[in-house]
Design a protein. Sequence first.
Length: 717
Amino acid sequence: MPDRKKVHKWHESSKDILNALVIREENLTLVTLQNGNIPNGHHHGYGLYHKDCRFLNEFVLKINGREPKEILASDDKGYSSITMMTNSESVDCKGRSIDKDTISIRRIREIPEILIERIKIENFNEFEVSLKVTLEFDSDFYDIFTVRGITGEDKGKLVHPAFNGKDLLFSYVGKDEHIRSTRISFSTPPQDIKSGLCTFIVDLSPNESREISLKIKVDDIDKNAPRKEKKVSPEKTLKKIQFSYLNKLEYCSNIQTNNLIFNKIFLRSLLDLRMLHMSSGKYTYHAAGVPWYDALFGRDSIISAIQILPYEHIIARSTLMLLSKFQGRRMDNWTEEEPGKILHELRVGEKSNLNEIPQTPYYGSIDSTPLFLILLSEYIDWTGDIDLYHKLKDNVDAAISWIDRFAMSENGFATYKRRSKMGLDNQGWKDSLNAISHSDGSLARHPVALAEVQGYVYMVKRKFTILFSRIGREDEAARMKREADDMYRKFNELFWMKDKKYYAQAIDDKGVCDVISTNPAQCLWTGIIDKAHSDDLVSRIFEPDMFTGLGIRTLSSKEKRYNPMGYHTGTVWPHDNSIITAGLSKYGYRDEMTTLFSSMYDAAQFYPRYRLPELFGGFNYAEYGIPIKYPVACSPQAWSAGTIPHMLSSSLGFTPDAMDKRLTLNEPYLPPWLETARILNLTIGDSRVDLEFRRVGKSTLVNVIDKKGDVEVNVVY
C-alpha cells in the first residue's frame, strides 16, 4: 500500500505559485515569478514544462548581482509575456555606484514551440555604465509527479551542462530510454560561462540600450522511435498562434454588454480556454490546468466543454472523439480500466512511460463516463449533429453498459471502490483523501455513492430516453425511462436527510455521509432533486456556514472536517458554483442564481487579469473583504475559465433543441450589474441568431435582432 498521506498532501512539498506569470502553447508551458525568473531549487512549481517534465527549474536574471524589480508584468496574450523592470542600487564592473531606478530592463517572451526571450537593457544615468548581467540556468528534468511530491526523484542520468561556444546544453537520459534536453542558444555568446551561469558584460553610454536574445528549445526523444523533424520556423508558428487566437474569437459567439468589466472577464475566459488548448493527433481538447494538471483529464475536459458549449461547439466534438479513442476495453486493476469506461487522467512523462504510476491512462473516475454521455447529448441539443452519435454508437453503448455493469451497485446507485494500489481513494471530483466524510469526522468507507454522481447518471438516462426515442431505439428508450424513474425515487428516499432538511453528501458502507456539502447542490443541474425538497436545499446553501459572499463552500463551516483552506473541505471552487448556478436556473430560483453569479463576478475582479483560479479559501467575504488565495491553485484552470460563460448562459435560460429547430429562453434574467447583453452569432444547428437582452426593472426583455436559418426562438417568462 502506498503512503496515502504522501500521495494526497503533495501541495505541502511545493511552494506557492501565487501571482505567477504563465505563458503556454500546446505542450510547452512557462511558469515564473512576476519578474520572469524561475527561482533556484527543486521544491516549487515554477519552471519550463513539456510533456509532464520540467526542463528548467532555474532561470534567474541578475544585474550587478541583484535581481531587478518588476514594475509591470503582463501575460494577457497567453502565448507571450512582457515584464518591465528597474534596477536596485548597486556597484558596476568598474566600481561606479549605480543609483536605483536608473537602468530599465524589459523582458519579452514568446512561446511558439520554443521559448524566445529578448532582454532589452537601457541606461538612464548621465554617465557610462558597465553592467554585469548574469543568466543562471538549471534543468532537473523532474517528472511532474516528482515536482508535486507524489513520487520519489527520477532515476535516470543527468549529463553535465555543455557549452559549444554558442549553445548551452542540459540533457538527461531517462530510465524510459528517452533523451530529454534543454538547448539554450544565444544571439551573442556570453563572455563567461561556468556550468549553468552565463555572464555578459554590458557597457552602455547614457541613453544607450542593448538587447540580449536567446532561444530555448526542449526535446523529448524516444531512442526506440523514429524521430520526426519539424521544419516550420518559430516565426511562422507564432503567426499561426496569433491567427488562432483571433479565429477563436471570430467563430465563438460574440458577447457584448454595457458592463466593460464584465466584458473583460468574459474575454479572459475565452482567451484562457484557448490558451489551454492541447492537441492529440487531429483532436483538440482543454488541458485541465497549469501547472499541475496540464494534461488530458476526462472530467475536467468534458465539463469545460459543456460550460462553453453555447458559444463554441468544435471543442466538444473534438473532446468526445478523443476520449472515445481511449475508452476502456479490458479489465486492469493497476489502471482501473474497465470495458466502456472513460479515462480520468493521461500522462506522458517518464513515470508513466515506466509504468510507475497508473496514469497511462488511469481510469479511476466514477463520473467521467456519465459526463461523457451528457456532453454528447448536450452537443446534439446545440448542433443537431446526430451523425456524431452514429459515429460513436459503439462507444455510447459501451459507456451505458459500463454504468449498468460496473458502476451500479445492488442498492441501485453508482458507486466506486479503489482497485489500484496507486489509485485514488475518492473518485468523484472531490478526490482528495478527506473529501468525503460523516458528521462525526470519520471518512467514508468503500463502496461510496456520491450524491452528484447519482444525478449525472439520472441525467444520462433521462436525456437518452429522448435521444433513443428520436432515433427509433424505442425499447432502449423505455428501459432508460424506467431506470431514471426508479433512480429518482430511490435517490430522494435514501439521500434525503429529514432531520437536516438536506441531502447527504454520499452513501457509503456505513450509511449516509450526513455532512452539509455542495455535492447534492450540483444535483439541481441534473434534475434529480424532488421539487418538494428544493426550497429547503436552496435556502440551506445560502446560509452563512455555506455561502461565503464569494461563492458557496464545498463543506459547511459547521462540520468537523471543515477547513477554509482544505482542498475539498471548505474552499470555494468556481466551477462547482457554476454547476450549481445552472441548477438554480433550471429550477427557477432566479434571485439565488443571480446572487451566486454576482459573487463569482465580484471574485473575478480581485484577481490579476480577471482570471478565476482553480479554487480559493472559504473565508467569509464580509470579514476579510477579499478572496483568500489558495497557494498552489492552478491558474489558468479550464473549468474555472468556463465558469463565467456557463453562468451567463444559465442566466439567459438557454434551452436548445437543434433537432426540432428550436431555441427556448426559459425565464431570462440579467443580474443588476448588466443592463443589456447582446449575444451575436449564436449557433443552433444550421441556424444563427443575434439576440439582445435588456433588463427593465426586475424583468429581462428579449429581442431577436437577426436570424439566419429556420430556427424558432421562444421566450418563456
